[in-house]
Design a binder for this molecule. Structure first.
Ligand code: BDP
Length: 692
């Protein structure tokens, strides 16, 4: 009897723990699939003809874990002649790519590199989990380095992180290895991510000390069998700070030697170290310009030091000198364009997707297309610094795709940003797509459960930028919430609508940089004083009694639009024919001007803010239909965050329409009801938000 009770208890606690849906398992759930038996017939045995290596062992281990979870058992019927899975080396397959095809009743996974087998294995598991395994499944990455940039600090905080503390437990490393490091590596590898920068671009020199290199090595050792290489952000003043040299001048022989020695030390710890990521002369970070040198001088010094080891220097183009008469939009272009062709061959310049700074919507950065002789890397932000932190549901692949599919026209129509990045337009030697990570110590990894889709989507697009946002959403939903059609359809609708919804209630019609100074998730369009003019809001929206927006045209404005190819300029110069979502980026539009929608600018602005809030309500309604169809835990978590998003949307709407109304001097158009709060209420709310 006692035994029975114990047994029942074990069973119940097992069932309860199995039901704990806290998001920890991400998209790698591998729960039993419907019709497991018919799947089992397709996976009767497994044979590895490709050899052995740590990465191949990971591939086998992952197949084992996944198939056992989904089908109830791992292929083990060695007597069977058909219905097997075979790993086979094929030199014809592009590096990291794979081909899974049927041959004589068996499924053959072919790859030329070990990583290819790993990625092929994950592709197979994904196909089973999403219940769609075609006869041939073939893919190869479009970009060589698919990379996460962590903005994690030595003390365990994360700059712009909204999912808890850093996952890297520096104090415990290298002695203690948190099992979570491996789970993190799995998640990345399942997407094809093969590189991670562990620390913040605002880098502490401490990361290059022996103390920290031992810790970094411990992480690199965990990641290596998952095909992931480690990079570090460096502090350009390290020769002074760590080496006690008098200068960090990149042309100083002692400085150059210091970097060579330090680089050698790094490779002693981490033989496959990927390279350096550098933020220099940007937002107060040290750099070569302090010594009258330029970015190429700085980058080339490091490139020379790391070249013998095969490493890369990824030099960021996120720079903007404080020029009260200038336009931040063009600063990076002006600094980097003249340096095209001057960088050594192992330097890559990493450019943010837009010219300002990860705004909810930006036109593509004008540097894309302007540097034919310098490989350019894309830097997206996955963490939602300007997109509602972890209380807002925003599916970022929609935004990534908008940028990637933008046409630069540099070599005729079809020279999309994606094709610049993947090297096909200018035959770049190195290709990189980087995303600023949204992961942290939160149990569900990303704070907002639905932000897991952004990590997922970034990784998938870094692998293959031709995937559509619909495909990505579907894959993610099926793996995360199951394949029930109604559930998939509902969540897909929510995801695909979400980015535009967020833009509508925060920065409609091309408004940008009107967020709170210290609270990037909230509004502060009235911000007129800061340490620098280009850190205010009025610098960007330029509202006055006549109209709204930043005139960057060549005819009437400051001419910044001329940084783009004439064909692109054509798209954005005529307010009557352009995509209104970019309007305020280039035009100062009179409040009473009739737009292509039939509404005046003022009416359209109000429409988008009010409609944006209504759209959040629609997302909430749609999510509510999932009650009982998905587990209660995740249902309630997202429901709660949508309610917070609604509250924040109302704040944005009220703050912005009331503030811009002081310039437009017109009533809120019907049928919209004026806010019950005053502009002063909103200013006070934001002031209180910013108190420490
Ligand atoms: C800004 C962030 C700041 C980063 C900077 C960067 O607010 O925390 O350090 O970007 O990318 O958007 O360097």
């Amino acid at each position: 009897m006692k035994k029975n009770i114990l047994f029942t208890w074990i069973l119940i606690s097992w069932a309860v723990s199995a039901m704990a849906e806290d998001g920890y398992r991400l998209w790698l759930r591998f729960d039993p699939v419907p019709q497991a038996e018919s799947w089992q017939k397709q996976f009767q045995f497994f044979k590895n003809e490709a050899g052995s290596s740590p990465i191949l062992q990971t591939a086998e281990k992952e197949l084992h874990r996944g198939l056992r979870g989904m089908l109830g058992r791992f292929p083990q019927n060695q007597a069977a002649k058909q219905g097997g899975l075979v790993f086979r080396r094929n030199k014809q397959i592009p590096a990291d790519g794979y081909k899974i095809s049927l041959s004589q009743g068996n499924r053959i996974l072919e790859a030329s590199t070990d990583r290819g087998f790993l990625y092929g294995s994950y592709a197979l598991l994904r196909a089973v989990q999403t219940q769609s395994l075609p006869a041939t499944l073939e893919s190869a990455p479009k970009v060589r380095w698919r990379m996460l940039n962590h903005w994690d600090n030595v003390l365990g905080t994360i700059e712009r992180g909204y999912a808890g503390a850093s996952m890297w437990k520096w104090y415990e490393l290298p002695e203690t290895i948190d099992p979570r490091y491996e789970e993190y590596a799995r998640a990345n590898a399942s997407l094809g991510i093969n590189a991670v920068v562990l620390n913040n671009v605002n880098a502490s020199p401490r990361f290059l000390t022996a103390e920290y290199l031992a810790k970094v090595k411990a992480l690199a050792d965990v990641f290596r069998p998952y095909g992931i290489q480690v990079f570090l952000s460096l502090n350009f003043a390290s020769p002074k700070v760590l080496g006690k040299l008098k200068t960090s001048d990149p042309l100083d022989p002692a400085v150059r030697q210091w970097w060579k020695d330090r680089t050698e030390l790094i490779y002693q710890y981490i033989p496959d170290f990927g390279g350096y990521l550098v933020k220099a002369n940007s937002e107060g970070e040290p750099g070569p310009q302090e010594y009258g040198r330029n970015h190429a001088d700085g980058a080339n010094m490091l490139a020379e030091a790391i070249q013998p080891f095969g490493g890369l220097v990824i030099w960021r183009a996120f720079v903007y000198a404080a020029d009260p008469k200038g336009d931040r939009f063009r600063e990076a272009y002006h600094e980097f364009k003249p340096l095209d062709g001057q960088f050594l061959s192992n330097v890559i310049v990493q450019v943010k997707n837009g010219p300002i700074d990860f705004m909810p919507r930006e036109p593509f950065h004008p540097l894309f297309g302007a540097m034919p002789k310098t490989p350019l890397a894309m830097e997206f932000q996955i963490t939602q610094e300007y997109l509602g932190f972890s209380t807002n549901l925003v599916f970022l692949p929609s935004m990534y795709k908008e940028v990637l599919t933008s046409d630069t026209y540099v070599q005729g129509p079809g020279s999309t940003v994606a094709k610049i990045i993947d090297g096909s337009v200018h035959s770049y030697q190195h290709t990189v797509m980087a995303g600023v990570a949204n992961t942290g110590s939160d149990r569900n990894w990303t704070g907002h459960l639905m932000s897991q889709a952004n990590w997922y989507g970034f990784g998938r697009l870094a692998w293959d930028h031709t995937l559509t946002e619909e495909q990505i959403a579907q894959e993610w939903i099926k793996q995360t919430f199951g394949t029930d059609l109604a559930v998939v359809k509902t969540i897909q609708g929510i995801l695909l609508a979400s980015h535009e919804v967020y833009v509508n209630f925060t920065n409609p019609l091309g408004l940008h940089h009107i967020m709170g100074e210290g609270i990037h998730f909230g509004p502060q369009p009235w911000l007129e004083k800061s340490a620098r003019p280009d850190w205010t809001s009025i610098y960007y929206h330029r509202a006055d009694s006549i109209g709204l927006g930043f005139d960057r045209l060549t005819t009437s404005g400051n001419g910044t639009i001329a940084l783009y190819h004439p064909k692109v300029q054509e798209k954005w110069s005529n307010p009557d024919q352009m995509d209104l979502r970019y309007l305020n980026w280039f035009h100062h539009t009179p409040w009473n001007k009739k737009l292509s929608t039939g509404r005046t600018l003022w009416e359209e602005l109000c429409y988008r803010y009010y409609h944006g809030v209504e759209e959040v309500e629609a997302l909430q309604k749609s999510w509510n239909t999932l009650e009982g169809k998905i587990d209660q835990e995740r249902f309630l978590d997202v429901k709660g965050r949508l309610a917070a998003q609604h509250r924040e949307a109302l704040n944005w709407r009220d703050a912005c329409v009331l503030y811009f109304q002081t310039y437009a001097k017109q009533p809120i158009p019907s049928p919209w009801v004026p806010p019950t709060r005053t502009l002063e209420d909103m200013k006070e709310l934001v002031r209180i938000y910013q108190l420490r």
